[in-house]
Design a protein around this ligand. Structure first.
Ligand code: URA
Length: 434
């Protein structure tokens, strides 16, 4: 077998065999297959797709490219959560300590920012001292000790995904159902969870632009979950406008901390409660979705969720004084407000465009080794369907470079659309597929 034949086969729209897929994954993980050859094959997959069988084989090969974490010593049902990505998506930072505070054990391996979307690991690393690169024993011990650990993909879990994920990002091959499904499910299988709740985002700020393709992606992941004996539930959520108000790493951490202290933007609250209610259900701690939501709100109001977040940060080396006083987080040099040019209603805040602006400010990476600037980003003051009056502040650009601050402010002003007619409010939860 050789990689050229495999590339040619996929280029010519033919189905790859299990052996060919395994050969590629093994060779690429071991560095026997060059980046440019892997890039050619990934692009061919992106353009020509994969059958369900091929996607399943790709997922299993990627999951087995490293170790498979054995969480059976925890003697509990581990429920994992993952999102297909979004802008302003700080859900994991809030949801996971929240469900952990209700007794759902959380062992979470998160990703870095991909394309215009942010990543939980970059956000966690904006908390001074927080370590996302702990070893596997400590990871499991943390879950045993305090019921939660959140780490990056630095362990030897699905290393093939780590390489392919970075490669896809650098060659514009992210938005593909087989590549996203195999990326997410290989990580979930390798990280040992028995049950999985997936947030499948839909809209201009998501990789799936419409409900139909998001449904196809969800069904594919549910099917892979079945084959791998991991019960999987997918929740389709709206990503036409950024989630919550903040976009950028420490800005989103601050919004998450405020949420855990009871200041909950409506769309973010809807997503957190819906995903959490199903996580609690899968963990066997409550079948009634509405009751589960009530329990979650109770733990926000009584401070237990916030305390669990503090415990998580402390346990992984983070400086909790930042969590207790968000004013301590690094600030940018320039904060520019944007003003409404007219009276009316906010009709659109294109999430992808906002994500790209935040990325250009330094909140994300253009090249895979770029350093993140943790304090830059965008804070919105309004959401779609809100009423505005002329000269009211619509949002702020947080930047460290004056020229960039000004040009970003100008672009943000164009992205936030105002209309005379009141638009329909965006539905946050689109559907649940199980
Ligand atoms: N999240 C992942 O882990 N992988 C993808 O491909 C997209 C989002």
């Amino acid at each position: 077998m050789n990689i050229l034949d495999i590339i040619e086969k996929k280029r010519d729209k033919k189905e790859l065999s299990k052996e060919e897929i395994e050969y590629f994954i093994k060779g690429y993980t071991n560095n026997d297959i060059a980046d440019y050859q892997a890039a050619a094959l990934v692009m061919a997959i992106f353009l020509n797709g994969m059958t369900k069988q091929e996607t399943t084989e790709l997922t299993l090969a990627m999951a087995h490219s490293g170790e498979i974490l054995d969480l059976s010593k925890l003697n509990e049902i581990i429920v994992d959560k993952h999102s297909t990505g979004g802008v302003g998506d700080k859900v994991s930072l809030i949801l996971l300590p929240l469900v952990a505070s209700l007794g759902v054990p959380v062992a979470k391996m998160s990703g870095r920012g991909l394309g215009f979307t942010g990543g939980t690991v970059d956000k966690l690393e904006s908390i001074p001292g927080y370590r996302t690169d702990i070893d596997m024993n400590t990871f499991v011990e943390n879950v045993e000790k305090i019921g939660i650990s959140m780490i990056s993909q630095t362990l030897n879990l699905a290393p093939a995904d780590k390489k392919i994920y970075a490669l896809r990002d650098s060659i514009s091959c992210v938005e593909s159902i087989p590549l996203i499904a195999s990326s997410i499910m290989s990580k979930k299988i390798a990280s040992g969870a028995e049950k999985i709740v997936l947030d499948v985002t839909v809209g201009n700020g998501a990789f799936m632009k419409d409900v139909e393709s998001a449904t196809n992606l969800a069904n594919e992941m549910i099917e892979i979950g079945k084959l791998a004996k991991r019960e999987t539930i997918c929740i389709l959520t709206n990503m036409d406008e950024p989630l919550g108000y903040s976009v950028g790493n420490n800005l989103e951490v601050i919004e998450a901390i405020k949420f855990l202290n009871g200041n909950m933007p409506e769309d973010l609250k809807d997503v957190v409660l819906e995903l959490g209610a199903y996580m609690i259900k899968l963990a066997g701690l409550g079948d009634n979705i509405e009751d589960n939501k009530k329990k979650m709100l109770e733990n926000i109001n009584n401070g237990k969720a916030f305390n669990k977040f503090l415990e998580l940060i402390k346990n992984q080396g983070g400086d909790t004084s930042y969590i207790e006083n968000v004013e301590k987080f690094d600030k940018v040099k320039y904060i520019l407000p944007i003003y409404a040019t007219d009276n009316g209603y906010i009709s659109q805040i294109n999430a992808k465009e906002v994500g790209k602006l935040a990325c250009d400010l330094g909140a994300g990476r253009i090249k895979k080794d770029d350093k993140i600037n943790y304090s830059v980003g965008i804070i919105l003051n309004k959401k779609v369907s809100n009423k505005v009056i002329k000269d009211e502040i619509l949002g702020y650009v947080h930047a460290n470079d004056e020229e960039k601050a000004k040009s970003t402010a100008q672009k943000l002003k164009e992205i936030i659309k105002i209309d005379q007619e009141e638009p329909k409010k965006l539905e946050t939860i689109i559907k649940v597929i199980q």
